[in-house]
Ligand binder design. Structure first.
Ligand code: SF4
Length: 302
């Protein structure tokens, strides 16, 4: 629970604040950049919400924070909605994509995502990408959306509470063999570098580099869940492949980026960093610019 006496000086005056327990995971400013921003080693409230919609967004950021470092008044907290997450990101012909919120400290606040879709026979066949922290409120909301039949784990760092989610929904889990020690109970292994086609609209793409067993997940040929392989940077804007946060093999990570050039991604939804909506054809131009930067060995940062 955030404490007013630990309120950071960087916060602007007003009811919402970040306190000293912030671990600088980025969840709040990725979700609600209109009110939260990074300071360097923590985050802070740079603008207080005004009106119902903005207050709701700030309260959801408070709920998503993995370490409860965001505080506000009791009156505003009482307006927090247990069914706020998952929030809709995009509707596509084969289904919908949602952000799960409820980030976990175990995955350093990584984002997790839910694909909701139905099969031809009307049965729900939803997919969880990485794991939010366990929350009964979130589980009830996901159940109302049709539950979870599969959990796809992008890499070893973002498995969080996968066991609790798998048990709650009877879901089967996939993780790459090279990262499988992080989730040895997972029912399925992805092997090698070949794409694994799970369904016509769902493909697992091995992208080793950040870790040996990193994978991305492609949904509907246009939504790329990228784990920590790639994300969107804002200053300056561009796709980021980060050498600084490459834990295993940078050259392999660059080769993994190259293998994604022929996609036409419209949504980049990462574990960490901002997500981004691309115009048709923009993905290849952006990724070529990223590769030009990393080949000059400038660290992979735009
Ligand atoms: S979500 Fe919480 S821990 Fe993460 S940056 Fe924001 S205040 Fe800090």
């Amino acid at each position: 629970m955030a404490r007013p006496q630990q309120r950071l000086a960087a916060n602007v005056d007003g009811p919402f604040y970040v306190d000293r327990t912030c671990i600088d995971c980025g969840t709040c400013w990725q979700f609600d950049p209109a009110h939260f921003a990074p300071t360097g080693s923590t985050s802070h409230v740079w603008s207080q919400p005004e009106g119902e919609g903005e207050t709701r967004a700030a309260l959801l950021a408070q709920q998503a924070c993995p370490v409860a470092a965001i505080g506000t008044t009791r009156e505003l907290l009482a307006q927090s909605q247990a069914d706020g997450f998952p929030t809709l990101v995009s509707s596509l012909p084969p289904g919908e994509v949602h952000y799960c919120g409820w980030a976990s400290r175990k995955s350093f606040g990584a984002s997790s995502w839910l694909i909701t879709r139905r099969r031809a026979d009307g049965r729900h066949d939803n997919v969880l990408i990485d794991s939010p922290r366990w929350s009964g409120a979130l589980a009830r909301r996901i159940e109302a959306l049709g539950g979870v039949s599969r959990i796809l784990l992008s890499h070893r760092d973002d498995v969080a509470d996968h066991g609790a989610w798998a048990q709650r929904f009877g879901a089967e889990r996939w993780i790459h063999a090279a990262d499988a020690e992080a989730a040895p109970q997972a029912e399925h292994r992805v092997e090698g570098l070949e794409p694994l086609v799970l369904d016509d609209d769902l493909v697992v793409l091995p992208v080793p580099g950040h870790t040996a067993g990193s994978v991305a997940v492609l949904f509907a040929a246009q939504v790329l869940f990228s784990g920590d392989h790639l994300w969107w940077g804002v200053d300056p804007p561009g796709v980021v492949a980060s050498r600084r946060y490459c834990w295993w093999n940078w050259q392999e990570q660059v080769r993994s980026v190259e293998r994604l050039l022929d996609l036409d991604v419209r949504w980049l939804l990462p574990g960490h960093g901002r997500w981004h909506n691309f115009a048709p054809g923009e993905w290849r131009r952006e990724l070529e610019a990223t590769l030009a930067r990393v080949r000059q060995d400038r660290g992979g940062e735009p």
